[in-house]
Design a protein around this ligand. Structure first.
Ligand SMILES: CC(C)(COP(=O)(O)OP(=O)(O)OC[C@H]1O[C@@H](n2cnc3c(N)ncnc32)[C@H](O)[C@@H]1OP(=O)(O)O)[C@@H](O)C(=O)NCCC(=O)NCCS
Length: 230
């Protein structure tokens, strides 16, 4: 059994308590965000990650330095990681939610989505495979957005667990219908198989959909927690 802990937070304030936790490269990214809420979401992801990783490793949050090198371009906007430490994690932010999923040494992906938009046909075509599109179109109009955002969060969680993110097309995987237990049915990418992909829906609160994926053949035990500044 693989344990995975998910922590939810709302974006923290930009205070002297938190800003010093950012490394120079992270501070540069933080400064690059134009919107205050984007800055606070980014900051909160790093605060959560450093605080929770430090607690697991028994070290001080200030001493945690992530490598976030992008595999595509070498900039520091890839998935943050601590290469030699026995902890893996995935960060996601949307609206007023910031989350992190942590586990020991299994690839993990977390996604949270604000489900406050209409599921336009163009969005459905972009994100869903043919089977999934049929499932959504068979639903009454007022249930489609819910189903779509459930699919979306589950799919992004899987793609984030691979570390490739949206470099793998959302349409390359087909998942179980939103009304059923979350799982992978098929993938056109050989690195993802139903046998070694575990998914769980999460409860980020009203108006949001979220899911976590772990790339393992073992069963998973997911717990959810709420984080707030001490
Ligand atoms: C990661 C990605 C899925 C973002 O999804 P999103 O719904 O907009 O945002 P989320 O909040 O859920 O996730 C963002 C977080 O995912 C993580 N992340 C970044 N790249 C990732 C990747 N390739 N795989 C998994 N996680 C990734 C980061 O922690 C990021 O937050 P941070 O920058 O604050 O640390 C999408 O941007 C992506 O696939 N990026 C990589 C592909 C790409 O664009 N490459 C070209 C860059 S040169």
């Amino acid at each position: 059994m693989i344990d995975c802990a998910v922590w939810w937070a709302t974006p923290v304030a930009r205070t002297d308590e938190f800003l010093p936790l950012l490394s120079p490269l992270e501070a540069e990214r933080y400064d690059g965000y134009r919107q205050e809420l984007d800055q606070r979401r980014f900051l909160t992801g790093r605060v959560l990650a450093k605080t929770l990783v430090a607690a697991r490793l028994g070290i001080a949050p200030e001493t945690v330095t992530f490598d976030a090198t992008c595999a595509d371009c070498g900039k520091h906007h890839g998935p943050p990681r601590l290469p030699d430490a026995p902890v893996r994690f995935s960060i996601s932010h949307s609206g007023e939610r910031v989350g992190i999923a942590l586990t020991e040494d299994t690839p993990v992906g977390l996604d949270v989505e604000a489900a406050n938009r209409r599921a336009e046909d163009s969005l459905i075509d972009y994100a869903l495979s043919e089977t999934e599109r049929r499932t959504v179109h068979a639903l009454p109009e007022d249930e489609r957005a819910d189903a779509f955002f459930t699919y979306w969060a589950r799919k992004e969680a899987v793609l984030k667990a691979t570390g490739k993110g949206l470099r793998l097309p959302l349409r390359s995987i087909t998942l179980t219908p939103p009304s059923e237990l979350a799982g992978l049915l098929s993938s056109t990418d050989d690195s993802l198989t139903p046998e070694s992909t575990r998914l769980a829906d999460l409860t980020p609160g009203p108006g949001y959909r979220a899911a976590v994926a772990l790339l393992t053949e073992q069963e998973i035990a997911v717990t959810e927690h709420h984080w707030s500044p001490a």
